[in-house]
Design a binder for this molecule. Structure first.
Ligand SMILES: Nc1ncnc2c1ncn2[C@@H]1O[C@H](COP(=O)(O)OP(=O)(O)O)[C@@H](O)[C@H]1O
Ligand code: SF4
Ligand SMILES: [Mg+2]
Length: 348
């Protein structure tokens, strides 16, 4: 599925039929099952879905950081600025990471080195991509600049990660990610480990940096509130597939047709002005990724499931930029099968 691609816009990211498995001697985990989406330069896409949907696996594949022994990209391609990440050499990847694409992980402690000062960790990242040939003084100047950018007094650069609070540590991680001004930032649940007030500050900072530097952003979260505040496009992920993709307007317009899973997610967030004490979970569990069901992967939990849903994989139906992978869409006015739409476009 494609989003944020009204034609003349240049694409920052294109993911084509990406399929990722984790292979062990005992089993094959089908973590990402043929996803396609794209992101225009300067655009923001929110990748949403429950735990286990395949969001982090997608992010790791984009960075080519899947576990070496078990993580396998079985099909598809990933283009960054038109260059294939999958065909890049190790040397090219080193350059891509940092300068073109950077990632913020969920837990700041796992991405910071406990025995290096935060200043050394930021300067290390700048040195790795020192194409501008900065002198040591200039690098220190840049460290101070990025610390200021994330609201940390530069004097604290001689401190170690354990001397910072959780929210401040995540700011350090953001500073490292932004130090080389990447074109594309992937933020994988960047605020999940933080408490609510700090969450808001960190999100605000990511938005400000994005606006100031024109960075494209993939925001991974299970929180639709964060998507609403941050993203112009949304991709809803379930059992390794994208079940619905569209502009934020398409997705948040309750009048529109939606995938039953998206409707479930919407049911799980409190509406504004409503005093909801508890979130409404979607009944049931995601299918076992080592033994996916034959038809629609959501069918075991779907209240609208019909006979054909148990047998046939649903196709993607499209209306403008709004795409939904569900059999019920064949009867909805204005939506056509993606295949048919593509053939029509090719015929001109
Ligand atoms: N290193 C791994 N080895 C085997 N299975 C994995 C590994 N990492 C993730 N998985 C499995 O892949 C699926 C997708 O996981 P993940 O990408 O982490 O989802 P999300 O980020 O949406 O929670 C899950 O079933 C998860 O258990
Ligand atoms: S294809 Fe069928 S089971 Fe799957 S989401 Fe649509 S209605 Fe539900
Ligand atoms: Mg994850």
């Amino acid at each position: 599925m494609t989003s944020g691609t009204t034609e003349p816009k240049e694409l920052m990211l294109e993911v084509k039929n990406l399929t990722v498995e984790y292979q062990s001697d005992l089993e094959t985990v089908h973590a990402v099952n043929g996803i396609s989406f794209s992101l225009a330069k300067g655009g923001t896409i929110g990748l949403v879905g429950e735990t286990g949907a395949g969001k982090t696996t997608t992010a790791l594949a984009l960075m080519r950081l899947l576990p070496e022994r078990t993580g396998k990209i079985r099909q598809g391609d990933i283009l960054l600025n038109g260059t294939s990440v999958l065909k890049s050499s190790d040397k090219e990847l080193m350059l891509l990471r940092g300068e073109t694409i950077a990632m913020i992980f969920q837990d700041p402690m796992t991405s910071l080195n406990p025995v290096l000062t935060i200043g050394d960790q930021i300067s290390e990242s700048i040195l790795l991509h020192n194409s501008q040939g900065r002198t040591p003084e200039q690098i220190q100047g840049r460290v101070d600049e990025v610390l200021n950018m994330v609201g940390i007094p530069p004097a604290r650069k001689r401190e170690y990660p354990h001397q910072f609070s959780g929210g401040m540590r995540q700011r350090v991680v953001i500073a490292i990610a932004m130090a080389c001004e990447p074109d594309l930032l992937i933020a994988d649940e960047p605020t999940t480990a933080l408490d609510v007030t700090i969450q808001a500050q960190v999100l605000m900072m990511i938005r400000k940096l994005r606006d100031r530097l024109g960075t494209s952003l993939v925001m991974i979260t299970h929180d639709l509130g964060i998507v609403a505040q941050t993203c112009d496009n949304v991709a809803v992920m379930y059992a390794g597939q994208l079940v619905e993709v569209g502009s934020a307007k398409d997705i948040f317009n309750r009048e529109n047709s939606h995938h039953p899973y998206t409707n479930g997610l919407f049911g799980s967030i409190p509406k504004l002005n409503e005093r909801v004490k508890r979130l409404k979970p979607i009944p049931g569990l995601m299918p076992d990724p080592t033994a996916l069901p034959e038809g629609c992967y959501f069918s075991p939990r779907c209240a609208e499931s019909a006979n054909m849903c148990l047998k046939a994989r649903p196709e993607v139906y499209v209306k403008g930029e709004h795409k939904i992978k569900c059999h019920k869409m064949r009867n909805v006015d204005g939506y056509v099968k993606e295949e048919a739409e593509r053939e029509e476009a090719e015929r001109g």
